[in-house]
Design a protein around this ligand. Structure first.
Ligand code: SF4
Length: 381
């Protein structure tokens, strides 16, 4: 993926995997690495759940998972699946019947946990329902809920035990001629999760769902996820991901995208490059970036913006960005467009002006993309 002949040190060679569909979203193969999150509303409250799903989709979630812990949740699933703007994954633990009900309700995928879904017979029933209703399945192994016989065999949750659990369930699906599945081997311990995923990646060609489970709060969970998921993605492992945070699911989506953006694996919205600021700054960098992040949240077009406090690094960073601003003296700074010095601007007018420039550039990029798409379509006809 993203082969760069000029800068080979930026190349990431993605592991080859089969492609499956989660509703309308392809996962695996050459599909973009999708970003998932999970609702934390009561699923039985369809209206509240849909509101949260819409917020997550607006932030960029490609797929959203909802827990289906009881019959009331199952009852709300048809409405949720019908009105959701993105495919819905039903999260199933303990009660295999909720899986069958969710498949009937229109879920795009069923997440089952080998450690608590029950006997192979029950898994087979879930597989039948998934097949009948065009659902894919995620085998969601979790270090915290491994099968008893594996814990007895290995003594504790370890990569071998997690991978064995996953492979056992892959076999059940394959024996039932079901191949639309992906797999995860999550743990809250970064070392354990990373080792399990690396081992798993060598033993199956099915798409891999990445996650560091129960990673923690916004800051600590983001760091843990960036370390764990970041190194796996850098190795080319991972076809879809969910960042688990004790925070608003919208934050999970944002963090997921930031991890992918940092590795050049996905691009969405404005990538702001800004300095930490110091006594040399020509304007309040931190406050300005905060305001700009908020004011530019509506831009979905991938593009870059540099906001740098002074000329030490400003012109250099601006060379590489679509729009740039570098602080100067006497309450003024310099605006850069497409890497070139363009015009001076006062600090007071700078925020409105930058927003205007970014919106203009986004519209240009969108128009160019539409033109290229139309030309390619004509050429193909
Ligand atoms: S770019 Fe300038 S203002 Fe920003 S941290 Fe560096 S020296 Fe300080």
């Amino acid at each position: 993926m993203a082969i760069n002949h000029i800068r080979p040190w930026r190349n990431i060679y993605r592991r080859e995997s089969r492609k499956i569909m989660v509703g309308s979203v392809p996962v695996g193969g050459d599909a973009p690495i999708s970003v998932q999150t999970m609702t934390n509303t009561l699923t039985s409250d369809a209206a509240a759940t849909l509101r949260q799903i819409e917020r997550c989709a607006e932030a960029g979630a490609d797929i959203v998972r909802v827990s289906v812990p009881d019959e009331d949740s199952s009852a709300a699933m048809p409405e949720i699946c019908k009105h959701s703007p993105v495919p819905i994954v039903a999260d199933i633990h303990f009660h295999y019947k909720r899986g069958i009900e969710s498949a009937r309700a229109g879920a795009a995928c069923l997440r089952i946990n080998p450690g608590n879904i029950g006997s192979p017979d029950r898994v087979r029933e879930v597989i039948r329902a998934a097949r009948d209703h065009g659902c894919s399945i995620r085998i969601g192994v979790n270090a915290g809920s491994l099968e008893r016989h594996l814990l007895e065999k290995y003594g504790e949750p370890c990569p071998d035990a997690m991978v064995e659990s996953g492979l056992d369930h892959i076999r059940i699906l394959q024996d039932n001629d079901f191949h639309e599945f992906k797999i995860s081997v999550k743990a809250s311990d970064v070392f354990l999760a990373a080792a399990a995923y690396q081992q798993l990646a060598e033993q199956t060609d099915c798409p891999i769902h990445l996650g560091i489970t129960e990673a923690g709060g916004l800051t600590s969970g983001t760091i843990k996820s960036a370390i764990g998921l970041g190194q796996l993605l850098w190795m080319g492992i991972g076809d879809t991901l969910r960042v688990s945070l004790s925070a608003d699911p919208v934050e999970e989506v944002k963090v997921g995208y930031e991890i992918l953006k940092s590795l050049g694996l996905r691009h969405r919205g404005v990538n702001i490059i800004s300095c930490p600021s110091c006594a040399r700054q020509g304007f309040d960098v931190i406050e300005t970036v905060k305001i700009l992040e908020d004011r530019l949240e509506h831009i979905k077009t991938p593009m870059s913006l540099s906001i740098i406090g002074c000329v030490v690094n400003g012109p250099g960073e601006a060379l590489m960005t679509d729009v740039g601003f570098t602080g100067g003296g006497a309450g003024r700074g310099m605006v850069y467009l497409a890497g070139k010095k363009s015009h001076a601007m006062t600090n007071e007018q700078m925020v409105d002006h930058i927003v205007e420039q970014v919106e203009k550039k986004a519209a240009e990029i969108e128009a160019e993309t539409a033109e290229t798409g139309a030309a390619e379509k004509t050429a193909a006809e």
